[in-house]
Design a protein around this ligand. Structure first.
Ligand code: NAG
Ligand code: NAG
Ligand code: NAG
Ligand code: NAG
Length: 363
C-alpha cells in the first residue's frame, strides 16, 4: 500500500458546544438550557460533570428540533471555557473545537441553510482563547451539514466560502502566535459530489477533511450483532474510504482525511453491544480499513458516554474497545502494508510495520 502516517486519535470533542459557543460573563446565566440536567445543578463542580461533556450530542439531537440549531440560544459562561481548558491542559489532550457553522444562516423550508456564516461569535471565542494562551489543536467548522445533512444542510460552495472565512480569521487572530491551530471541516457524512466540490474549492485553506461513520444504523436495532459479524456490512464502508482517497489524490488540496467521529450505531449505540467485546470486530476492522485508505486519524465516539464509550460510563473502567485501541496504538506502526487474504471474508487481515520494534504486526 506504500507508506502513510497514521495516528490513533481518541478525540474528546466538546461536541455540545458545536451548536453554539456564546460566552457570557455570568456564571449562572442559562446553564440549565445547555447542560443535561444531571450536570446543570453542579456546573461549578466540573470534575463531577465532565462525563456529560463527552456525550451530550446524541441527547441534544434527540430532544431539540431544527429551531434549536439557530444561533444564540445556548450560552456558556467564560468560566466553563476556562475550566475546560484547565482539564484539557491537565490531560494533555489535543483539542478540536467545533464551531457553530449555522450562525447567521437562514433555514429554508426545504431544510437547507443559506447565507454566509456569521463568524462574530467564533472570533470572540478565538480572541479570548488566544488571550488566555489556551492551545487548540484545531478549529472545526460545523457538524453534519454536508450532503443531505442531519436536520439541515449547507451547499458545498457555501461551505467552502465559510471555511475560507474561518481560515482568514484564524490567520488574523493567531498572527504572531507560535502554535497555530489547524482548520478542519466539514465533520459530516460522506457524499462524493459534495466532498469533491468542497475539497476542490478549499485548496490551501483546509488542513483536514473529516467524515463521520455510523454505518451500522440506529442503536435500537435488535440485529446489531449480526451486522457487526457480517462481512458485507464491514466491507460497505470501504467504498467511502476509497472514494474519499481518490478525491484527495486527484485534487490539488493538501488536506488529509480523518474520521472525525465514529460510533458505529447512532443514537448512542446499544448497551452490551457497542460497549462489549463483540464491538471490537467492527472497531478493529474500521481502524485497519481506514488506514489502508490513508486516513490519518480515527476519532471514536466516545471516550466516556452513551453506549459506545471506551470507558464504562459509571465506573470509568475500560470497556473491551479501550484495549483494542490501546493494542492498536502500541503495536501498529505508521507504515501500512498490503495484505491479501483470499479465503472467507469473515477473516479480515491487516498489516503494518511494527510500532516500536523491527518487524511487522499482522492482525
Ligand atoms: C431530553 O428529554 C428527556 C425527556 O424529556 C429528558 O429526560 C432529558 O433530560 C433531555 N435531555 C436533554 C439534553 O435536554
Ligand atoms: C501568555 O503567554 C505570553 C508569552 O509566553 C505571556 O507573556 C502572557 O503573560 C501569557 N498570558 C496568560 C494569560 O497566561
Ligand atoms: C459498567 O459498570 C457497571 C458497574 O459495575 C456495570 O453494572 C455495567 O454493566 C458496566 N457496563 C458495561 C457495558 O460493562
Ligand atoms: C488478491 O489475490 C487474488 C488472487 O491472487 C487476486 O485475484 C486479487 O486481485 C488480489 N486482491 C488484491 C486486493 O490485491
Amino acid at each position: 500500500m506504500g507508506s502513510l502516517n497514521f495516528q490513533m486519535g481518541v478525540c474528546i470533542l466538546v461536541l455540545l458546544i458545536s451548536f453554539s459557543c456564546n460566552l457570557v460573563d455570568s456564571q449562572t446565566e442559562a446553564l440549565g438550557s445547555c447542560f443535561p440536567p444531571q450536570c446543570g445543578s453542579k456546573q461549578q463542580n466540573f470534575p463531577e460533570c465532565h462525563q456529560s461533556f463527552l456525550n451530550t450530542k446524541d441527547q441534544i439531537r434527540r430532544n431539540f428540533t431544527r429551531q434549536t440549531y439557530l444561533p444564540n440560544r445556548i450560552r456558556y459562561p467564560k468560566t466553563i471555557w476556562d475550566q475546560l481548558n484547565t482539564f484539557f491542559k491537565d490531560t494533555g489532550a489535543n483539542i478540536i473545537f467545533g464551531l457553530n457553522a449555522l450562525s447567521g444562516k437562514t433555514i429554508q423550508a426545504d431544510g437547507s441553510a443559506t447565507g454566509a456564516w456569521d463568524s462574530a461569535n467564533s472570533e470572540y471565542l478565538m480572541r479570548y482563547t488566544v488571550k488566555k494562551n489556551y492551545t487548540m489543536y484545531a478549529w472545526e467548522l460545523g457538524n453534519e451539514l454536508s450532503g443531505s445533512g442531519v436536520g439541515t444542510r449547507v451547499s458545498a460552495s457555501q461551505y467552502a466560502f465559510d471555511t475560507r472565512t474561518l481560515a482568514n480569521i484564524v490567520q488574523e487572530i493567531y498572527e504572531g502566535v507560535e502554535i497555530k491551530p489547524r482548520i478542519i471541516a466539514p465533520g459530516g457524512f460522506f457524499d462524493a459530489n459534495w466532498f469533491k466540490e468542497f475539497i476542490d474549492k478549499t485548496p490551501e485553506i483546509l488542513d483536514i477533511i473529516t467524515h463521520h461513520i455510523y454505518n451500522l444504523g440506529p442503536g435500537v436495532d435488535q440485529h446489531l450483532v449480526e451486522k457487526i459479524l457480517d462481512p458485507s456490512y464491514l466491507d460497505g464502508e470501504a467504498d467511502t474510504f476509497r472514494q474519499l482517497e481518490n478525491i484527495l489524490k486527484t485534487s490539488i488540496t493538501s488536506a488529509s482525511a480523518w474520521v472525525g467521529e465514529a460510533g458505529g450505531a447512532y443514537n448512542s449505540g446499544h448497551n452490551l453491544v457497542t460497549n462489549a467485546f463483540v464491538f471490537s470486530f467492527w472497531y478493529l476492522d474500521q481502524l485497519g480499513m481506514s488506514s489502508v485508505y490513508d486516513t490519518k486519524t480515527y476519532c471514536r465516539q466516545t471516550l466516556i458516554g452513551g453506549n459506545y464509550g471506551l470507558l464504562n460510563t459509571t465506573t470509568f473502567e475500560p470497556n473491551p474497545d479501550y484495549y483494542s485501541a490501546l493494542l492498536w496504538h502500541r503495536l501498529m506502526g505508521r507504515k501500512v502494508l498490503s495484505t491479501n487474504f483470499t479465503g472467507t471474508k469473515k477473516i479480515r487481515s491487516y498489516a503494518h510495520c511494527a510500532k516500536e520494534s523491527m518487524g511487522i504486526t499482522v492482525y
